[in-house]
Design a binder for this molecule. Structure first.
Ligand SMILES: O=C(O)CCC(=O)C(=O)O
Ligand SMILES: [Fe+2]
Length: 261
């Protein structure tokens, strides 16, 4: 519906092109995909390990791409169209499928680049099907608008995803770091939070069930691309939201990432 009504500002942006990527990202993903026998140890030599367990970061997009993407999002936000929101926790934010980013951008981004990388880092979460669907959105936090209508941060949660990639687009803001706790359901005697500070164009990857949240920004606006990636072989066994064996009903499209044979 929105896709039909929306006039794109920068139509070529909707087709993934390698020029959007930072050269390090191309090198890292080439290693995961094309190396004869890539290993997790080999990959860990070329990405950064963050303080929280099994959380990693690496450059993803060029600054130029981030600017173009923000311009497109600004253009979309200015239009008075009926818009969906990423989830029940957000007042604001943008669903990228609604704009039409799935067909020629996000599908290839997940299949060709993020799946081979995730399979090395989190084999137990990619499973035999691999990450075969996704849901992607933009989280927007704005400390300049009315606080009853704009978000400034996000409380602790786990994602409806097996693996999540989170890439900062900017713009300019103060505070607002991402933080990680333990995996869902894990209780420790000395709970700690591990911060991650976003950098423009850089992505952080983590397991969807790793509890996390975003501290409030105190100034400016913050935009991030979030890709929630799902593995049907993993979630068909155990629903990541309710921890039960799921009862599957036929659905057009990806549903919530489950499959029914
Ligand atoms: O704002 C962030 O960096 C985190 C957003 C997030 O965790 C989510 O949208 O699931
Ligand atoms: Fe999240």
């Amino acid at each position: 519906m929105v896709q039909k009504l929306y006039q794109r500002l920068d139509p070529p942006l909707y087709t993934l092109d390698e020029s959007y990527f930072h050269s390090d990202f191309l090198r890292i993903t080439k290693y995961c995909r094309d190396e004869l026998s890539p290993t997790m140890e080999g990959l860990l030599q070329i990405i950064s390990k963050e303080e929280a367990s099994r959380v990693y970061s690496f450059p993803v997009f060029t600054d130029e791409f981030c600017r173009r993407f923000l311009d497109e999002l600004d253009h979309f936000e200015r239009l008075d169209l009926p818009k969906g929101r990423p989830n029940t926790m957000n007042n604001t934010g943008i669903l990228l499928a609604e704009l039409g980013f799935d067909d020629h951008f996000m599908n290839r981004f997940r299949e060709h680049y993020l799946q081979p990388l995730s399979a090395l880092l989190y084999p137990e979460w990619t499973g035999s099907s691999g990450l075969d669907s996704h849901r992607s959105h933009i989280v927007t936090y704005d400390a300049t608008g009315p606080t009853d209508r704009t978000d400034v941060g996000l409380s602790t949660h786990f994602d409806n995803a097996e693996v999540t990639l989170n890439v900062s687009l900017g713009k300019e803001y103060s505070d607002g770091e991402l933080y990680f706790g333990e995996m869902k359901g894990v209780v420790v005697s000395n709970p700690r939070l591990y911060p991650y500070y976003h950098k423009i164009g850089r992505g952080v990857i983590h397991r969807g069930q790793h509890m996390h949240g975003a501290m409030d920004i105190t100034d400016g606006t913050r935009y991030n691309i979030i890709v929630w990636m799902r593995s049907s072989s993993v979630r068909n066994k155990l629903c990541p939201r309710c921890d039960q064996s799921p009862t599957l009903i036929p659905f057009e499209g990806y549903g919530d990432g489950f499959t029914k044979q």
